[in-house]
Design a protein around this ligand. Sequence first.
Ligand code: SDX
Length: 454
Amino acid sequence: MQDSGLKLFIMGKSKLQSREEPVVDNTVTITNNRTGQQADFDIIDPTVGLSSIDVRQLSSKLGLFTYDPGFHATASCKSDITYIDGDAGILRYRGYPIEQLADHSNYMEVSYLLMYGELPDDSQYQNFIGSIKNHTIVHESLMQFITGFHNDAHPMAIMVGVVGALSAFYHDSLDITNPEHRELSAHRLLAKMPTIAALSFRHANGHPPIYPCNDLGYIENFLNMMFSYPTESYQVSRVAARAMELIFILHADHEQNASTSTVRLASSSGANPFACIAAGIASLWGPAHGGANEAVIRMLEEIKDPSEISKFIDRAKDKNDSYRLMGFGHRIYKNHDPRATIIRRACNELLQELDTINQPLFEIAKELERIALEDEYFIERNLYPNVDFYSGIILKALEMPLNMFTVVFTMARTVGWISQWAEMMTDQDQRIGRPRQLYMGIEKRDYVAMDKRD
Ligand code: SDX
């Protein structure tokens, strides 16, 4: 099965090791003014973007740690996969601008690119598609596992549990030191995610399971498993498939975001890939991260009428209120989220095509977008609508069930997680993740017997 293109994923090292380590030709000097100690630290230069200070010897040389809650100023790894420039609004997968991939590619080709580092030729592409199609079915016992969930279980709860349980079914691909096992686990995860996602929705709604149909493309297969019925023929909507393909491409990877960093940290202990991806799913579920697309619609439904928008804007501005406008702002993009620019156009076209643009919910969304883009508070803080604002509206227009929104994000991001995981498995610099802390508790005290405590 391995052809030249697949070698990159399997060997991995050839991609990371063959690249010349950045020539470190300068340093920074840090002086501890308390002790007068001084030490030099290498600067590591990336291909593009900010350079990093190599602080690995900081505690041994100067007896100091760095303090960086949320790791917002910390490069946790070297990576060849995705580049983001938050100020310039740039996103590139393996060097290809997201705008070009959105216009010309598809999710399976983008998945190959993220996993193997190069765009496939036709035979590589067909091999890849063929392998993914071979793994779309899940073990029948796993179907029983899903039916064990209560019917009001949130599909994300099912995804976390079932994906983590895959390691109980696929013992033949758990040796993470074996490149073939790594590739097989990656293909299984990519192939089975839509099947598990659709099954979680079908179970929750008391609908019979629909098996994957390998005559269909990746996205169409998911929509067919979600919405078709054994009692009648079902034609996947081209409009829906096109919109979903774009959502999948735009959400496929995003550098070291919270869920990807979770996957990397879990993987650093040597845990199996299924468990690590389940950890990533759990992290993505949060409303500040992947849960935002569902939270956007809940926010729009809560607003109810355009006349109520100003109340929500005021709450979002109120420092004493933790309320935030869902779908606005981004940790990295302080200019605009390039994905939002792309998906905003598709969103408007879709709403026109489905003739839903005048529906109340979408009117509120358009008015909220307009007000926020003109409001000083948002302008000063570069709080633009992000990709989740528009993807939430698209999924709502496609009548995707609300509690499946983050599941869609999960499916799309799976290839990013497994690509980052695979890269980490062959990165010589990587060892178990173990951040330190600033201990602010009581330094030391002696035990007091219960009857002596005041
Ligand atoms: C994703 O990391 C990734 O790459 C994530 C992601 C990916 O593809 O993996 O891009 C996907 O998670 C997109 C983001 C989806 N989340 C939301 O839409 C939830 C709403 N957004 C916020 O929760 C927030 O904007 C975050 C979490 C996205 C970013 O939070 P930060 O980094 O704390 O925001 P910040 O430091 O830039 O905030 C600056 C100011 C603060 O006010 P001040 O203290 O300066 O007065 O802006 C305020 C914040 O309070 N602010 C908001 C706001 N987001 C930030 N105020 C109102 N509404 C908001 N949404």
